[in-house]
Design a binder for this molecule. Structure first.
Ligand code: UDX
Length: 455
């Protein structure tokens, strides 16, 4: 099938690579010339495991252009995967989605049938709006074209986006029109039946079954996306709330997580207490869901609380540090990890960045390290903040002369550190393990003043 994808960000690019790999003829469209240049050289503008070898191996099955109108004309399926940035009131801004829909309609020619797929995370009702915009554009130019619109939300985790694309937990198609359901089921058939040869760089895990296909109406599909992210975010916030109580009563939250996670009704994942959630989805999507609620004068105190706890979490860490050091003003604090989670260079809404800003605000000097996100992180700080940050090339360098160390992102390399070597470099060996990756007993035995989250 011929597929055009508008937007080559995390979602668009990963989907383009997936669909080309399973045999479709894919065109990725972007307006960012720098991105296109990189992509045409087989280089990825995003950090994703396995993406570059795949980009190179796909050859002519995957190409890139800046001309959406022309790319849409020849396509059977057009996927819209452009950004939906957060507006001041928390709502997701659909102007780029609508602009893409208009351009796609301008490219359509009579005598062909098109399926337009909304992949971007959009406010409830946007699919209906996209259909309206396309119809209006066609009417304006007097064209009679058969088209159908479908919602097909993604559930990709950054850093594991290709893995989640090849081996999804489920595929959701929200459409009223049979044309769209039929086209998308055909497009995803190799994934639904797992008939492709797994790429060497993204192997299939043992025991992976076939992913169910959920076909539903567009409104429900749009809601599935928001509800899934809000639920995961509140699962984590719930554990962070329990973690605070665990500290008071002397329980260990990692044991509590193990104990409740084995209940199949709860499940073991997204129960890790720590600095809380960040990234491009949970913060934005929970805000957008609340904005939808407000539009209908409908209160959503649970989603609201998940967000409140997530912010509280950050100040709690700071207070912990204050009480251990008897104040942070004039102190040197090491922070390991800037990315919002490991295996990505993404620092959007990263708890680590927020905490560093608060530390500087309270008069501390901060020495930071991250294996991947250092360059990107620099832009997140103002000039005066940067003057209070030492960007270090190794975790050991970051620890030099520090009076406390905050482990903020659970990178694999931080789990394998020479903790004795690290400790020797510090002025005061205070370890605040913001992701509970170290063994408290072991660290205390080594002479660290250790504190985790909820243990
Ligand atoms: C998320 C969803 O998982 C994905 O389905 C959706 O499409 C986009 O949003 P992503 O933002 O890439 O993906 O990250 P994810 O791995 O889900 O982690 C989100 C945040 O939660 C991170 O900040 C992570 O550190 C935090 N987290 C995750 C916890 O604090 N505890 C956990 O147990 C799990």
């Amino acid at each position: 099938m011929r597929i055009t994808i508008a937007g080559t960000g995390y979602v668009g690019l990963t989907t383009a690579v997936l669909l080309a790999y399973i045999g479709h003829d894919v065109t990725g469209v972007d307006i960012d010339e720098r991105k296109l240049e990189l992509l045409n050289e087989g280089k990825s503008p995003i950090h994703e495991a396995g993406i570059e070898p795949l980009l190179i191996s796909l050859g002519s099955r995957l190409h890139f252009t800046n001309d959406l109108r022309a790319a849409a004309r020849e396509a059977d399926i057009i996927m819209i995967a452009v950004g939906t940035p957060e507006k001041m009131n928390g709502e997701a801004d659909t102007q780029y989605v609508e602009a893409a829909a208009r351009t796609v309609a301008e490219g359509m020619v009579e005598g062909r049938a098109y399926t337009i797929v909304v992949k971007s995370t959009v406010p409830i009702g946007t699919n209906r709006r996209v259909a309206h915009v396309i119809q209006r554009t066609l009417d304006e130019s007097g064209k009679a074209v058969r088209f159908a619109v479908a919602s097909n939300p993604e559930f990709l985790r950054e850093g594991l986006a290709l893995y989640d694309s090849f081996y999804p937990d489920r595929i959701v198609i929200g459409a009223e029109d049979e044309l769209a359901v039929d086209m998308l089921s055909r497009m995803y058939r190799p994934i639904l039946e797992q008939t492709f040869d797994p790429p060497d760089v993204i192997p299939r895990r043992e025991g992976y079954g076939l992913p169910p296909l959920i076909t539903t109406d567009a409104i429900s599909a749009e809601m599935i996306k928001y509800a899934a992210n809000a639920y995961l975010a509140l699962k984590i916030s719930f554990m962070n709330e329990i973690a605070g109580l665990a500290e008071k009563v002397g329980a260990d939250i990692t044991e509590v997580a193990r104990g409740i996670g084995l209940d199949t009704r709860i499940g073991p994942r997204y129960l890790a207490a720590g600095l809380g959630w960040g990234g491009s989805c949970f913060p934005k999507d929970t805000a957008a869901l609340l904005a939808v609620g407000r539009e209908y004068h409908y209160e959503m105190p649970i989603v609201e609380a998940a967000r409140t706890v997530n912010v509280l979490n950050r100040t709690r860490i700071l207070e912990k540090m204050q009480s251990l050091l008897k104040g942070v003003r004039g102190r040197t604090i090491a922070v390991l990890g800037l990315a919002f989670k490991p295996d990505t260079d993404d620092i959007r809404e990263s708890p680590s960045i927020a905490i560093i800003k608060m530390l500087i605000e309270r008069g501390a000097h901060v020495r930071v390290h991250d294996p991947l996100a250092m360059e990107r992180a620099k832009d997140a700080f103002s000039a005066s903040e940067q003057a209070e940050i030492t960007f270090s090339s190794t975790p050991y360098e970051a620890a030099e002369g520090a009076e406390a160390l905050l482990l903020a992102t659970e990178w694999k390399m931080y789990k394998e550190l020479d903790l004795d070597g690290l400790k020797k470099r510090m002025r005061i060996p205070v370890m605040i393990d913001g992701r509970n990756i170290y063994d408290p007993e072991k660290l205390r035995a080594m002479g660290w003043i250790y504190t985790g989250v909820g243990r």
